[in-house]
Design a protein around this ligand. Structure first.
Ligand code: NAG
Ligand code: NAG
Ligand code: NAG
Ligand code: NAG
Length: 401
């Protein structure tokens, strides 16, 4: 009797276990196990990734694509939405781009387009192998920089979480965020050498609700840069340097730029960079505005121009300095900014002569310069900032307006 009972129950149990496992796994798309990807550093991951994306994107239940540990070669990938359900890309391995920049016909390597409810995580690395390209996009030498590929593009991606991902040695910007709503970068890492040209860490444009929290950004250009139409951007706990600092602008170069509104940069450490926190606009510009920009609790270590508003931004003399910027800057605060400056002019606020800056506040500033010329200085033009708490350097040397 006992034996018969066992014989009958075991197959049922097995069947039950098997079906429940299969069900739990149904939303997981492992590129190596199911799609023929090879972690050999040379077989192209492109087709396996696109095939898995197509299936995952059609799934009405949440799906997850896994790139397991190992090193993969990826020629290029454009991952298109809209998808039928939430979609996750788990990158555990290292994905390498072609080193030769001439194989790229468009300035993209990996792009995510028109996706809602997207997440990416896994501790993996996107390696743009950019060293071969950095000599080729020097904007100081060419009026139009060549269109080299950006490592990661997020175009019209909404409600997204990008977590524990590294982008390394991009040929151009590391990350470009365009037209996105509610996208968070958490524990994100950017890694490129100081001499890599035009490799901004995270560039944001025309997006609402971008949150960069606890990132480490080492690169050859801006750590974070915000272009026109950046709204409600939070940058918190970012460690920046080497690089050019955290920048809003440059604004005003093109017609029809959208306003910048609501930028909160806090609890950041900026080290050995060309600039600290910066707002810049071109002279002789198109009209525009940027408002509600706040920088707070920032430590500067050996930083050039730790606090700088520059409405006469004119690199490589490609503009007419005689005509003022038509970008209106207002409601700007710098609070609890301390540390060391590598340039004597530690605070520089150059506003437009036709549209002076309004509602600027400096509170608890303590920036030390240790050079032979003397202590740190402050320079102001077309702005009368409200000063509260400690002011080192002390009041603006040449107030006008
Ligand atoms: C923002 O996106 C996250 C997913 O990353 C989601 O959980 C959250 O609900 C979204 N917030 C809003 C206000 O839609
Ligand atoms: C930014 O994202 C972090 C991590 O998800 C979260 O803890 C924080 O509340 C977010 N900040 C804002 C202002 O949404
Ligand atoms: C500020 O950032 C540092 C890392 O740079 C982190 O350890 C600390 O917890 C953060 N503080 C707050 C209040 O977020
Ligand atoms: C200035 O910025 C603060 C902080 O974000 C905001 O609460 C306030 O409404 C802004 N004021 C104006 C006049 O825009």
């Amino acid at each position: 009797m006992g034996v018969q009972w066992n014989m009958a129950i075991i197959p049922i149990l097995f069947l039950f276990l098997f079906t429940s496992t299969a069900k739990a796994q149904s939303g997981v798309f492992d590129l190596v196990a199911k799609y023929g990807a090879k972690a050999d550093g040379k077989t192209d991951l492109s087709q396996p990734l696109l095939n898995a994306w197509k299936e995952a994107c059609a799934s009405t239940t949440p799906s997850k694509i896994v790139i397991p540990k190992g090193t993969y070669f990826l020629s290029k990938a454009t991952l298109e939405g809209p998808c039928k359900g939430p979609i996750e890309l788990q990158v555990q391995g290292t994905v390498m781009a072609p080193a030769d920049p001439s194989v790229f016909k468009q300035p993209d390597w990996v792009a995510f387009n028109r996706i809602d409810q997207f997440s990416m995580s896994g501790g993996g690395v996107f390696d743009g192998q950019g060293a071969t390209a950095w000599g080729k996009n020097d904007c100081a030498k060419h009026k139009y920089c060549t269109a080299l590929p950006v490592n990661l593009r997020f175009n019209f991606v909404n409600n997204a979480m990008i977590q524990d991902i590294t982008t390394k040695d991009s040929k151009q910007f590391h990350v470009n965020v365009l037209g996105c709503k509610n996208i968070t970068f958490l524990h994100f890492t950017v890694s490129a050498p100081e001499n890599s040209i035009n490799t901004d860490g995270i560039h944001i444009g025309r997006s609402d609700g971008v949150n960069i929290t606890n990132a480490i950004i080492k690169t050859g250009d801006d750590c974070v840069s915000l272009g026109d139409g950046s709204k409600n951007v939070v940058v918190h706990g970012v460690t920046c340097g080497p690089g050019h600092g955290i920048s809003i602008g440059s604004l005003g170069k093109f017609q029809g730029e959208e306003p910048v509104a609501g930028v909160h940069v806090s609890n950041c450490t900026i080290s050995n960079t060309m600039n600290g926190v910066r707002i810049k606009s071109w002279p002789a510009s198109y009209p525009g505005s940027a408002t509600d920009m706040h920088f707070q609790d920032i430590t500067m270590n050996n930083v050039g121009n730790p606090i700088i508003v520059d409405q006469e931004y004119c690199p490589w003399n490609q503009c007419n300095l005689k005509l003022p910027s038509r970008i209106k800057l207002s409601n700007i605060s710098f609070k609890n900014i301390r540390g060391t400056s590598s340039t004597q002019q530690a605070v520089k606020l150059i506003c437009s002569s036709s549209l002076p800056c309004e509602g600027v506040e400096l509170a608890n500033i303590d920036l030390v310069y240790n050079g032979p010329e003397g202590p740190a200085t402050c320079h102001c033009q077309n702005v009368s900032p409200k000063l509260t708490g400690k002011q080192n350097p002390s009041t603006c040397s040449t107030p006008s307006q």
